[in-house]
Design a protein around this ligand. Structure first.
Ligand SMILES: N[C@H](CCC[C@H](N)C(=O)O)C(=O)O
Length: 358
């Protein structure tokens, strides 16, 4: 893919608008990005030839971008959920992903591609659901589910279908039926379903307790014994609050690039695993960092934040409603006792619109 042709939507401050209004081409300009008035700039290669509208494009021009279907190009919207970022693809006309896992790897590359933690496809529903969500991680693997991605999915669908205000959708995923609901404040609340605790279903080969779960078990990683609890939210998670000798983990001091892959590829996890390193700030406030299966160190992991609250409750470290601080921002998680389901609430935001030659 020689050049990235991208229509980038930027938000410019009013002063920047004036200074840029008469410029036909600008190569570099220092402008601060505000998240209030999206702009469309057509960029080809390194030079940005701006056919910039001075006024914010009205809904039709954004929508017309989303309606673009030229063959040979992938039209996408870049979204993020507390810094966990995705290339969103309108795939509602087919159950076949528009791009291959190999292409997803290239597009997710932050130097030679668009840059993202994964590619998410909005597809037709199955068995009566509104839609289907499929996702390729940035390494090309296909996980069962993505929590932050589900919030982005809901906002993406609402934009495609020009829906406003409170909306909820039924979405088929590899983790079963998931229901995201766009709230009045634009945040998205997702019913993430019930946690899976049976060791063989996570899956993990670690020895299980009498109730078949793995809670605060010992895992040897390169000669260091960690205490871990294993939870599936449709995808596997290994959660640790520290090593056998020290339970007050300082997550900011961890070298994730060094330790993360050793957990991800550990023989005790036949499907690999996402790994969450957690610090307890209070009975309702946790802080975590994550090494994701197939994506590495990300700024946030929605399924991971859910799994962390489950593990904290099972280990007696926190209550069922917690704020989980991630490097990219906080998520609100509740593991509701009456229905055993996990609810995650957080933001999902557009970054830019783009087209890339395939
Ligand atoms: N890397 C994860 C999928 C994405 C999960 C994460 N981004 C989330 O928000 O849940 C896995 O292979 O299970």
């Amino acid at each position: 893919m020689a050049a990235i042709a991208a229509a980038i939507s930027l938000s410019l401050t009013s002063s920047t608008r004036r200074s840029l209004s008469s410029i036909n081409t600008f190569r570099s300009s220092s402008f601060s990005l505000q998240q209030n008035t999206p702009r469309l700039i057509t960029a080809v290669g390194n030079n940005l030839r701006s056919s910039m509208s001075i006024e914010a494009p009205d809904k039709t021009s954004q929508t017309s971008f989303l309606d673009r279907k030229e063959s040979g190009f992938l039209h996408f919207v870049k979204y993020h959920g507390v810094g966990n970022d995705f290339i969103m693809v309108d795939n509602r006309d087919s159950m076949e992903p528009r791009i291959t896992p190999e292409q997803a790897v290239k597009l997710c590359d932050r130097n030679f591609g668009i840059g993202a933690d994964g590619v998410i496809f909005a597809m037709p529903g199955i068995n009566g659901t509104d839609y289907t969500l499929r996702i390729f991680n940035s390494d090309g693997s296909e996980p069962e589910m993505c929590g932050n991605g589900m919030r982005c999915f809901a906002k993406f669908i609402a934009e495609l279908d020009k829906l406003h205000g409170k909306q909820s959708f039924t979405v088929h995923t590899g983790a079963g039926l998931i229901v995201p609901e766009i709230q009045d404040d634009e945040k998205v609340r997702v019913d993430m379903g019930e946690p899976i605790l049976k060791a063989s279903d996570v899956p993990t080969k670690l020895p299980a307790n009498k109730d078949l779960s793995v809670v605060k078990s010992e895992l040897d990683v390169d000669g260091v014994t960690w205490n871990v609890t294993c939870v599936s939210m449709g995808n596997p998670h290994c959660i640790t609050f520290g090593t056998k000798g020290s339970q007050n983990l300082q997550v900011d001091e961890l070298n994730l690039a060094e330790i993360g892959p050793k957990f991800e590829h550990h023989e005790m996890f036949p499907a690999r695993t996402n790994t969450e390193f957690v610090q307890v700030l209070s009975h309702s406030h946790l802080k975590m960092r994550v090494w994701e299966r197939g994506a590495g160190a990300t700024l946030a992991c929605g399924t991971g934040a859910c799994a962390v609250v489950i593990a904290a409750v099972l280990e007696g470290r926190a209550g069922r409603s917690c704020t989980v601080d991630l490097p990219g921002g906080p998520l609100e998680i509740e593991w509701r006792e009456e229905d055993n389901r996990v609810y995650m609430t957080g933001p999902a935001e557009v970054v830019f619109y783009g087209s890339v030659p395939l």
